[in-house]
Every structure is written in C-alpha cells, then in structure tokens.
Ligand binder design. Structure first.
Ligand code: ADP
Length: 236
C-alpha cells in the first residue's frame, strides 16, 4: 500500500508553485516534508487531498489514480488530513465532533460514539469528551483534530503543521502520538512541519522543498549533511 506523487506540477498563471515533485510514502512509514516559507508545502498538501488540481502529474493511492478527485472521495479511499487551524465544529462537544464523522460514514450513532470514545482514549484525551469544542486549549484542539481524522480509519494521514505553537514538551508528546499512529495503526504519515528537529527525528524519509522543487531527500543524516538544504534555509 503506498501513496505516490509523480512529477506533479502546479502553476498559478505563469508562476510554478510546484515543479516536478515526486514523493512516495508507504503504509506504517513516516515521511517528512519541510522547506522555507513559500516553498510549496501547502500547495502539495492541497494537491494530495484534492483541494487543488495539478497542472500535470499524478497522485496514486495503492496504484489507483486519485488525481483531481474530490476531497470527500479521497478521504473515503483512505487518506485523511488535519488542518493548521483545528476546524472543529464549535457548536458540538468533543465526542460529537468525532461521532458525526462516523455517522457521516454511514455507521450508527451508537457505533460512532463508541469508536469516538475509543480513539479519544487511545490519544490520551478521553477526559475532553464532554467539553465544548469551542475554547479548547490549542494543544487539545490539535489532538482532537488528529483523533477526528483517525475516525476515517485512514491508511494515510497528512498532518499540516501539527506542532505549530507548541512548547518543546507538547511537541514531544505529539511526536509520541505520531509514532504510535505509524506503528500501532500502521498508518502512513506525511508530516508537514516548520519544526525541522521534530520532522528529522520522526521521519523515515524527508523531502526538502524550495521554490517548488525537491532540492534534497533522504534520512536525517542526508538532510543534515546537505549543502543545498543549508543554502535554502540559511542562504549560505
Ligand atoms: P508553503 O506552504 O511552503 O509556505 P505554499 O504552498 O503556500 O508554500 O505557496 C507556494 C507558492 O505558491 C507561494 O509563492 C504562494 O504565494 C503561491 N501560491 C499558493 N497558492 C496560490 C494561489 N492560489 N494563487 C497564486 N499563488 C499561490
């Protein structure tokens, strides 16, 4: 089972936001996508999740093209995402935020609530179940957002800046959860993050984007040893 982007290009007018990007991720693996601001990370996420059609290239899930499919269709095929801002339903409590996803997938109310509770417990946030989603502390909101994405029982999960605004301790807790998502749920994780240390420590394989192009890829040692990466980040 794998998620593959092959030679993806995205142009906005004459401007190439994504230039011939190829990325591959297997089930139960963690891949990192890093790069300076404006590198094209969000555009990549949007292409994979069906929010942006590429100008050319293909995205395949388990060998089947999902290029240009609608976001809900891509989710149904086993690829879930989180958003930078939690995007929880603020009028609902935490449990219902997850349960409505299960109901939307055609499961009974009871089964959806059971699964929601099981996932909140698995994430270590069962104590939040009955709290209103509005006004949750930032880190709790993030964890609930991830739990909600897991309601889709995805084969692949895209995490868009999950550690943004977190302290080092909170980011460490998040790292443990991401590791468990890959190991215990055998879910492939694509991690898009500004926290380069977090990405390098967790990922089997890291892709570095700069000005729309993959300028380096490999394990932690390869990225840390790369002159191209140093230049992209430090201009030196
Ligand atoms: P990152 O997430 O790495 O900061 P983005 O994917 O947001 O980068 O943006 C990559 C480049 O594409 C930026 O120069 C951005 O201004 C441009 N861009 C992104 N979305 C659009 C759009 N809808 N229309 C025009 N330009 C865009």
């Amino acid at each position: 089972m794998s998620l593959e982007l092959r030679s993806i290009n995205v142009a906005f007018g004459g401007f190439k936001a994504i230039d011939d990007v190829t990325i591959s991720l297997k089930k139960a693996e963690i891949a990192g996508l890093i790069g300076p601001n404006g590198a094209g990370k969000t555009t990549c996420v949007n292409v994979i999740t069906g929010f942006q059609d590429p100008s050319s290239g293909t995205v395949t899930l388990d060998g089947e093209s999902i290029t240009g499919k609608a976001p809900h269709d891509i989710r149904r095929r086993g690829l879930a995402r989180t958003f930078q801002a939690g995007r929880l339903f603020t009028g609902l409590d935490v449990l219902d935020n997850l349960a409505v996803t299960g109901v939307g997938l055609g499961h009974s109310r009871r089964a959806s609530e059971d699964e929601a509770m099981r996932l909140l417990d698995w994430m270590g946030v069962a104590h939040l179940a009955e709290l209103p989603a509005a006004g949750l502390p930032y880190t709790d909101e993030r964890r609930v957002g991830i739990a909600r994405a897991l309601m889709f029982a995805p084969d692949f999960l895209l995490l868009d800046e999950p550690a943004a605004g977190m302290s080092e301790k909170e980011a460490d807790d998040l790292a443990r959860i991401i590791r468990r998502i890959a190991d215990e749920l055998e879910c492939g994780v694509l991690l898009i993050e500004h926290n380069v240390g977090l990405v390098l420590s967790l990922s089997n394989h890291v892709y570095v984007l700069d000005a729309g192009k993959i300028i380096e890829e490999g394990d932690k040692a390869a990225i840390l040893g790369s002159q191209a990466v140093r230049e992209a980040y430090l201009g030196a």
